[in-house]
Ligand binder design. Structure first.
Ligand code: ASP
Length: 588
């Protein structure tokens, strides 16, 4: 038997008992006459003690041969510690070792395997099995496991059934490139890995399965960022005979259940905000509601005073940073440089200091007197001691820039508190998005999303301007400025689906070739249906106040989409290419 207990469970109440533990040597402290070892496993760390007084010279010598990460089994007696450690759950006791067995030796690890490590990202990815031994990383993986379990409990409780859909399929467009897999038995043909199970879950509704869910891998060939991986996991759901309202309620219920059971947090009812309002008030379809700084439009009080920059602008809008009037010149200059970076693209930044003594000072004093500035401040609800920041230009761009500035101020001023959670539903997204560059419409959500019932007629007959204004029954769940999930009510009628493909630039033949199976299914009694998918990795990271989803994925890929541990992707043998009848002709 390798162990009677694990390394995290012994307490004073076991003092005097003989026990067996197995684990990894985390650290050794050798004082000559006494030697301590921290023994670690998934459950915690227990201190082992060897002493000249109690141990044989052979045992002391044997203990001295142990290096970091050796795997050992020890038998001994639990004793009360003289110097207790209240930072460790096992800190009241230690194990006086009587017998030591080395189960496996270990090479010196390339980084320290403790809560704080000295290992850089690449090294930790290459030796992921060592990184995964660290307790913060294990905690994340265990959190993920619990979250999946609670998801299954809740959704099964609501009558959902879990159905697996295939990975070797053909393209399901979610706006990214497909990963493709060549078919040996069908030379020259390729499967695509699913960007989501979208079409299959809709087919399951046509099949009458009614309430479907799946915790499922999706694959998207996109440029990577901290919160993106080429393969990631969704909680994917679909329901038939359902309204948007019922979907929102079900998945608000799921979110609340997950927060309660895994974090012990009771979330309040989620507010709803429509897309237009979110854009107007926050310049973003995923506003972070942990802090205010809502946009205030200043056109009526800021234009017509001779300041060309404002006069020629479609929108003049500002935000108020509470209590920040004392910001230094240097800080303001830094912010100005920040908004002028090409990633943000503002031409400049106008500020107004609302001094504590009731006077105003701005970067545009030449054009605006105290009374003007006071009018801005009043409109923005600013008090003495506040600081205003104003941007102007073309409306859509200015809103985006101001949104970035708002978030940056939120970060710099510490307003995004990690333990605070502000969820909301953003609803009524536009159906279509016009792209100037390619002069065509894209689906804002995906091509299967239904226009609102009231907009169906307009969609079938509308001109360009009408089409731009079409609204969809599409919604996102946003948490602390992160899109956690999104979904929609779907089209379930062949004609409307065909029309949507046409608006998205598909020829009837292309639409038929790619999605004929779905439109065909719609002709055999498709019920009204809709659904949603949550980004599971993202949900894990946001619930833990972290930015990177990598820390919640056991074997993540790096920014180049590489798995550093197994060294993938990699070349394949000539013979394998031959079987696939693929000849490589790589440029460079
Ligand atoms: N398939 C969608 C997505 O992956 C979610 C949905 O519409 O249910 O974003």
């Amino acid at each position: 038997m390798y162990r009677t207990h694990n390394c995290g469970e012994l307490r004073l109440q076991q003092a005097g008992q003989e026990v067996t533990l197995s684990g990894w040597v985390q650290r050794t402290r050798d004082k000559g006459f006494m030697l301590w070892i921290d023994l670690r496993d998934r459950y915690g760390v227990t201190q082992l003690i060897f002493s000249e007084e109690k141990s044989t010279p052979e045992l002391m010598a044997q203990a001295r041969t142990l290096g970091r990460e050796f795997v050992v089994m020890v038998k001994g007696v639990v004793i009360e510690r003289v110097a207790k450690n209240d930072k460790m759950p096992t800190g009241d006791i230690e194990l006086e070792v009587r017998e030591l067995t080395v189960l496996n030796a270990a090479k010196l690890p390339p980084f320290t395997i403790e809560d704080d490590t000295d290992g850089g990202d690449d090294l930790r990815m290459k030796y992921r099995y060592l990184d995964l031994r660290r307790s913060p990383v294990q905690r994340n993986i265990i959190f993920r496991s619990n979250l999946a379990l609670e998801t299954r409990k809740y959704l099964s409780g609501e009558g959902f059934i879990e159905v697996e859909t295939p990975f070797l399929i053909k393209s399901t467009p979610e706006g990214a490139r497909d990963f493709v897999v060549p078919s040996r038995m069908n030379p020259g043909q390729f499967y695509a890995l699913p960007q989501s199970p979208q079409t299959f879950k809709q087919i399951l509704m046509v099949a009458g399965l009614d309430k479907y869910f799946q915790i499922v891998k999706c694959f998207r060939d996109e440029d990577l960022r901290a919160d993106r991986q080429p393969e990631f996991t969704q909680i994917d759901c679909e329901m038939a005979f359902v309204t948007q309202e019922e979907i929102l309620n079900t998945f608000e219920g799921l979110t609340r259940h997950l927060f309660k059971t895994t974090l012990g947090i009771d979330l309040p009812t989620f507010p709803r905000m429509n897309y237009d309002e979110a854009m107007r008030r926050f310049g973003s379809d995923k506003p972070d509601l942990r802090f205010g700084m809502e946009f205030v439009e200043l056109n009526d009080v800021a234009q017509g005073k001779g300041f060309q920059v404002f006069d020629g602008a479609e929108l003049v809008a500002g935000i108020c940073a509470e209590g920040q009037a004392e910001m230094t010149r240097k800080q303001i200059d830094e912010l100005t440089e920040w908004v002028k970076r090409p990633q943000i693209g503002a031409k400049g930044l106008v500020y107004v200091k609302c001094a504590a003594d009731g006077t105003y000072k701005s970067s545009v004093d030449k054009f605006f007197g105290e009374a003007d500035l006071k009018a801005w401040a009043d409109k923005m609800g600013a008090k003495p001691g506040d600081m205003l920041f104003v941007l102007s230009g073309e409306a859509e761009k200015t809103r985006k820039q101001l949104s970035e500035l708002r978030l940056e101020l939120g970060r710099r001023l510490g307003l995004m508190k990690p333990g605070e959670f502000k969820p909301l539903w953003v609803v009524d997204f536009p159906l279509l998005e016009w792209d100037e560059e390619t002069q065509r419409f894209y689906a804002m959500h995906h091509p299967f999303t239904s226009p609102k019932r009231a907009d169906v007629a307009k969609m079938l007959s509308g001109d360009h301007a009408t089409l731009k204004g079409l609204r969809a029954d599409a919604y996102d769940l946003v948490l602390n400025g992160v899109e956690i999930g999104g979904g929609s009510i779907r089209i379930h009628d062949r004609g409307l689906q065909a029309k949507n493909f046409q608006l998205l630039g598909f020829t009837p033949e292309e639409a038929e070739r790619q999605f004929g199976f779905l439109m065909g299914a719609f002709e055999f009694g498709a019920p009204p249906h809709g659904g949603i998918a949550f980004g599971f990795d993202r949900l894990c990271s946001v619930m833990n106040g972290q930015n990177s989803i990598r820390d919640f994925i056991a074997f993540p890929k790096n920014n180049m989409g590489r798995d550093m541990m197994i060294d993938a992707p990699s070349e394949i043998a000539e013979a394998q290419l031959g079987e696939l009848q693929i000849r490589l002709d790589l440029k460079d």
